[in-house]
Ligand binder design. Structure first.
Ligand SMILES: CC(C)(COP(=O)(O)OP(=O)(O)OC[C@H]1O[C@@H](n2cnc3c(N)ncnc32)[C@H](O)[C@@H]1OP(=O)(O)O)[C@@H](O)C(=O)NCCC(=O)NCCS
Length: 125
C-alpha cells in the first residue's frame, strides 16, 4: 500500500459576504452552501466565510480547485462538539477515490475581518 497525504489552505475576507447587494448575496449563498450548511451558519457572515474557506482548502487538497468540482460537492458541517467535518459528493468524491484520500480533517479560524481554513487528507487503505 502507498500512503498519501494532501493538504490545502485558504483565507477569505469576511466583508466579501457582507458588502454585496442582498439579492446577490442570497444567490451566492444558495449556489455555494447546502441547506444544512446554511442552517448552521445562521446568517452569520464569519461562519459563511469559514465554510467557504474550508471548501476552497479541500478543493486544493483534491488538486482540482472549484470548477469541475462544484461548491456543493464539498460539504462542511459541524459534529456535536463543533468540530468541522467534511462530506464529499459527486466529482469531489470521485477525485478523492481516485487519489485514495479516505480520511479528512478540516480546521477553521476567524477574526472579525478574515476567515481561514486548512484541510488535510490521508489514505487509510
Ligand atoms: C485553486 C483555487 C481554490 C485557488 O483559490 P484562489 O482563492 O483563487 O487563490 P489563493 O490565493 O487562495 O490560492 C492560490 C494558490 O493556490 C494553489 N493552487 C492553484 N491551483 C491549485 C490546484 N489545482 N490545486 C491545489 N492548489 C492550487 C497555488 O499554490 C496558488 O498559489 P500561486 O498563485 O502563488 O501559484 C481556485 O482556483 C478556485 O478554484 N477558486 C474558486 C474560484 C471561484 O469560483 N470563485 C468565485 C467565487 S463564487
Amino acid at each position: 500500500m502507498t500512503s498519501r497525504v494532501a493538504s490545502g489552505i485558504d483565507i477569505v475576507e469576511i466583508e466579501r459576504f457582507s458588502l454585496v447587494d442582498p439579492a446577490i448575496r442570497r444567490r451566492f449563498i444558495n449556489r455555494v452552501f447546502t441547506p444544512a450548511e446554511q442552517v448552521e451558519c445562521a446568517g452569520i457572515d464569519e461562519h459563511f466565510a469559514g465554510k467557504f474557506a474550508a471548501k476552497e482548502a479541500v478543493s486544493k487538497a483534491l488538486g482540482s480547485g472549484i470548477g469541475k468540482v462544484s461548491w456543493q460537492d464539498i460539504v462542511i458541517t459541524k459534529d456535536p462538539w463543533g468540530q468541522p467535518t467534511v462530506t464529499l459528493n459527486r466529482a469531489a468524491a470521485q477525485i478523492a477515490d481516485a487519489l485514495h484520500l479516505t480520511d479528512w480533517s478540516v480546521s477553521i479560524t476567524h477574526t472579525r475581518k478574515i476567515a481561514a481554513a486548512v484541510a488535510v487528507a490521508v489514505s487509510s487503505k
